[in-house]
Design a protein around this ligand. Structure first.
Ligand code: FMN
Length: 334
């Protein structure tokens, strides 16, 4: 088991969203294909105040197979848990929210995903072009659940239609409890820089809490985002890849302590723990397919990481994968 510090005593501030009190205001972002149960468990142990599932299809909860349901699987240790839904139909989203609410501490609606398949179904950031539909969705979902309800948006469809403030206000009026903003447009994808000034404008324009998401890659970034925008919480996405210490470091820096610098031994221990959790949850075949990227991320910045990647790709069994991990990190330890 990975030892983890109890941060309750060092957090700068607790946070409340509706009736949900969170230990701190450093959240793990929803990331499809990444923030599965093992990943969330690790991030939780490193102190994240709220972890989000991958986006889950509202339609899939009624017409999909087991795969959709698998995404809902959670453990008591990772609570509080936010379940994120996506969909384009207010009625379906409301029914889906009612269905998942007993397993969730908060329900979040995805209104930012730029992926074509999602847009074609009228979901994700396609909703940013239809403010009235957003109103209908938030209103319906609000009526269906009494759990905290948030929406996660981008700044707009493209640079000529920046409407995050309009969407935020609509959601607030219809009963959303907080807004999460990734300040890039749908057209930007992940290019350029997240424009944190949009987070500040949203914070200044709303009564409900605002959560900032985008480009937090070191602990100082999180403090800078909070200082520059006044946001109530920060959300960490790609910066957490192979780096749960980022969450720990943000909490430490907020408490005026120095950030954590993980040693190769620390990385080795957490990589093995992650591998173990994944294997336990998903079995060898999926673990072989999915853990390679995580293991590469744990090796980032250490000498020999390129040949480590090759060794992982040439590991046909879990035993081989494990040997490659041990060999790499033991060599890094020197
Ligand atoms: C691989 C990947 C998957 C993502 N999946 C989702 C998702 O399912 N739902 C969502 O709202 N945002 C999703 N996002 C966006 C992130 O939640 C976050 O807003 C974005 O990556 C910006 O934060 P970052 O710079 O800290 O990564 C995803 C991002 C990445 C990189």
């Amino acid at each position: 088991m990975v030892r983890c510090v109890n941060f309750k005593h060092v957090t700068e501030k607790m946070m409340k969203i509706r009736n949900l009190t969170l230990d701190n205001n450093v959240f793990l972002a929803p990331m499809a294909g990444v923030t599965d149960l093992p990943y969330r468990s690790i991030m939780k142990r490193f102190g994240s105040g709220l972890v989000f599932t991958e986006m889950i299809s509202a339609n899939g909860l009624f017409h999909g197979g087991n795969k959709t349901y698998e995404l809902l699987h959670s453990l008591p240790e990772e609570r509080p848990l936010a379940i994120q839904l996506f969909g384009g139909d207010a009625e379906v989203l409301a029914r889906a929210a009612a269905k998942v609410a007993p397993s969730a501490d908060l329900v979040d609606l995805n209104m930012g995903c730029p992926v074509k398949k999602v847009l074609r179904s009228g979901a994700g950031s396609a909703l940013l072009r239809e403010p009235r539909k957003v109103a209908g969705i938030v209103c319906n979902v609000r009526r269906a659940i009494d759990r905290p309800l948030t929406i996660k948006i981008r700044s707009g469809w493209d640079s000529s239609s920046l409407n995050f403030l309009e969407i935020g206000r609509i959601a607030q009026e219809e009963g959303a409890d907080a807004i999460i903003l990734h300040p890039r447009t749908r057209a930007q994808g992940f290019g350029g820089r997240a424009d944190w000034s949009h987070i500040r404008q949203l914070k200044e324009g709303l009564r409900i809490p605002v959560v900032g998401s985008g480009d937090i890659f070191c602990a100082q970034d999180a403090l800078d985002m909070k200082a520059q925008t006044g946001c109530d919480a920060v959300m960490v996405g790609r910066g957490s890849y192979g780096n749960p210490w980022l969450i720990e470091s943000i909490l430490r820096l907020q408490a005026k302590k120095s950030p954590t610098a993980p040693s190769p031994q620390n990385r080795h221990a957490v990589a093995c723990e992650h591998l173990h959790l994944h294997l336990e949850r998903f079995g060898p075949q999926r673990t072989l397919g999915e853990m390679r990227k995580h293991l590469c991320w744990y090796s980032k910045g250490l000498p020999g990481s390129a040949s480590f990647r090759a060794a992982l790709n040439n590991s046909p069994t879990i035993a081989d994968l494990r040997s490659a991990v041990d060999e790499f990190f033991l060599a890094s330890t020197g």
